[in-house]
Design a protein around this ligand. Structure first.
Ligand SMILES: [Zn+2]
Ligand SMILES: [Zn+2]
Length: 185
């Protein structure tokens, strides 16, 4: 998911305290489940506060991460390292920081080792942002590997060519056996 509408602001301690005070521990998994409203769209917990007349909104797990580790570096995001975590888990040991590029492709359902940007291990110089239309019709920029896209295009062409050749062969065979009238007469 895109975190861009959130503020990347370190929350004041009182906000962290409020978040933790209302969270409950899942004894089975060790998850600390936020009691605050979770985003209906994403399931992440969201907490808001105002400071110096400005309103802030931040994701609960990021408030917890930044409380422990300080502000997040640019291009980084925080996600749950444990597959069983609900998205509103704010247990700091269940979180990790990783590059936004890696996180967005994880959410696409594909996976490959950490540190690799695509399944074929092409370098970061091949990463491009591709405009993509979401189900709601909105446009979003997604990171893709340009080398992998080239390979996919070649494979598609080859498959398509094989398909066309096969259909041509079938057509010629039908014609030979008289199933297809030759010419219009
Ligand atoms: Zn958890
Ligand atoms: Zn690639």
């Amino acid at each position: 998911m895109s975190d861009s509408r959130y503020s990347f602001t370190e929350a004041p301690d009182r906000v962290y305290d409020r978040l933790i005070a209302r969270a409950t521990r899942d004894e089975l998994t060790g998850c600390l489940v936020a009691g605050h409203s979770a985003s209906k769209q994403t399931g992440y917990s969201v907490i808001g506060w105002s400071e110096n007349g400005q309103n802030h909104t931040e994701l609960g797990h990021r408030v917890v991460w930044m409380h422990a580790h300080g502000p997040m570096a640019e291009g980084m995001t925080v996600d749950h390292r444990q597959g069983y975590c609900p998205r509103n888990c704010v247990e700091v040991t269940h979180l990790r920081e990783l590059p936004l590029l890696e996180n967005s492709r994880r959410n696409k359902g594909s996976d490959w080792p950490l540190g690799q940007l695509c399944s074929r291990n092409h370098g970061p110089e091949h990463q491009v942002l591709v405009d993509r239309q979401t189900r709601t019709g909105a446009h979003r920029q997604s990171p893709r590997c340009s080398e992998c896209m080239k390979i996919a295009a070649r494979e598609y062409k080859a498959a398509n060519r094989a398909d066309v050749n096969r259909r041509n062969r079938e057509y010629r065979a039908r014609k030979k056996s008289g199933l297809v009238p030759s010419g219009r007469g």
